[in-house]
Design a protein around this ligand. Structure first.
Ligand SMILES: [Zn+2]
Length: 263
């Protein structure tokens, strides 16, 4: 069980959202994702939101995806982050923040908070797309990080490595990355494919995993250990029950993969 009160202050924190990754696609690719799944399996969880904007507000409010279980005898789910003084009892392993969101809470613990954006809600091009990046002290978005670039993750990781090079070993780092490659359009990850599908999403995930290895190695090379929290913000429908896309309530949208591990 992760004790966030042992983590905050001593560890770097890397939070990655694999935007739009479906749980079923993630599980089918576990064997082909040595960086994300080398040390374990995806957990099946429910997202607090059905699209990027809603889900990320919840995440930054401390509401990460919830384990999918109805087993009352199983292990208790311990929240990693929770707002202080809500009147609700909290577990001793839960890190409590006394700010509107966990990002500024970590900044209050001397963390350098950095956002590398991917999908449209992180572009900072219009006021709405500045809200989520605005949680962070530093935020970055380039056209090459976005959904239309077939090498977006490579560019995002390159930027992260540059920033890591500028971050002192004694500094506490909270790095958030929204990975855009798995979000549509992703058909170009399968040569000849004309439309997005579970198969093209799986190919995009393999590409992403291949790029994340460089980032994980760079985090491991830092003096502090790092905890990596990696999950999807929502899935997406590819025609199931007539539905297409997300921002709708369907099992393929609300079920997401989740992992946490130490680097
Ligand atoms: Zn999203």
């Amino acid at each position: 069980m992760t004790d966030m009160n042992q983590i905050v202050g001593d560890y770097d924190i890397l939070m990655i959202t694999l935007d739009t990754l479906r749980y079923d696609a993630a599980v089918l690719e576990e064997a082909n994702c040595p960086n994300l799944c080398g040390g374990g399996h995806w957990e099946k969880r429910h997202s607090p939101g059905s699209f990027t904007y809603a889900a990320h507000h919840a995440f930054f409010g401390g509401f990460l995806p919830t384990p999918v279980t109805t087993d009352k005898t199983g292990p208790e789910h311990v929240r990693l982050f929770h707002s202080k003084n809500t009147g609700k009892p909290t577990h001793p392993h839960t890190w409590l923040f006394d700010t509107p969101d966990m990002v500024s809470g970590l900044a209050g613990e001397s963390y350098k908070t950095v956002c590398i954006g991917g999908v449209i809600f992180f572009t900072k091009k219009v006021p709405l797309a500045r809200v989520l990046p605005g949680y962070f002290q530093k935020s970055y978005w380039r056209m090459s990080f976005g959904v239309t670039n077939p090498r977006s993750t490579e560019h995002q990781v390159d930027h992260a490595l540059k920033l890591l090079g500028e971050t002192g070993q004694e500094e506490r780092l909270f790095l958030f990355m929204n990975i855009s490659a798995i979000h549509g359009p992703n058909h170009y990850f399968v040569p000849g494919a004309k439309r997005d599908s579970v198969d093209t999403q799986r190919a995009a995930l393999r590409y992403v995993d291949g790029q994340l290895g460089r980032l994980f190695a760079a985090m491991r090379a830092r003096k502090r250990p790092a905890i990596c929290l990696v999950f999807s913000d929502h899935g997406t429908a590819y025609g199931e029950d007539g539905y297409e896309g997300h921002r709708l309530a369907h099992e393929v949208v609300w079920t997401v993969p989740y992992r946490e591990f130490v680097l």
